[in-house]
Design a protein around this ligand. Sequence first.
Ligand code: CA2
Length: 146
Amino acid sequence: MAQHILVLHGPNLNLLGTREPDVYGADTLSDINQRLLAIAGHHGARCSVYQSNHEGELVDRIQAAAQDQTDFIIINAAAYTHTSVAIRDALAAVRIPFVEVHISNVYSREAFRHHSYLADLARGVIAGLGVYGYEAALQYALAQRT
Ligand code: CA2
């Protein structure tokens, strides 16, 4: 069966391309998603994308991933990265390998962005490469196919 990759975007990432382009770049979330879907399709993989501003909805989508044959998760939990035990617990519960992505270099920003509730469970963390970080994570996920 084809590999199934889920890309999760957390709160406010629906605003990408409309505000703070100096921090987050000019691409919209739709631009990013379209590129990821095209790359995955080119490799014969299935890719789903999901954005929510609500913690519980992200938890629900992670739980659903355990039922829909998702093999790999790429997650930018945005601000929930730094606050959410619930998203951490959901990722730990489903035991699906994941990469954590941040568009900005969180380590060059405020101290409260330096801690992640997800990072120690992740296969890896990509931060500061702009929206290219999503594509790098996708290439990694595609390379995991057995
Ligand atoms: O750098 C990242 O990708 C972040 O996950 C983005 C989060 C921030 O809380 C994390 O510390 C780092 C914020 C996402 C907000 O997205 C916006 C996009 C455009 C305009 C305003 C906010």
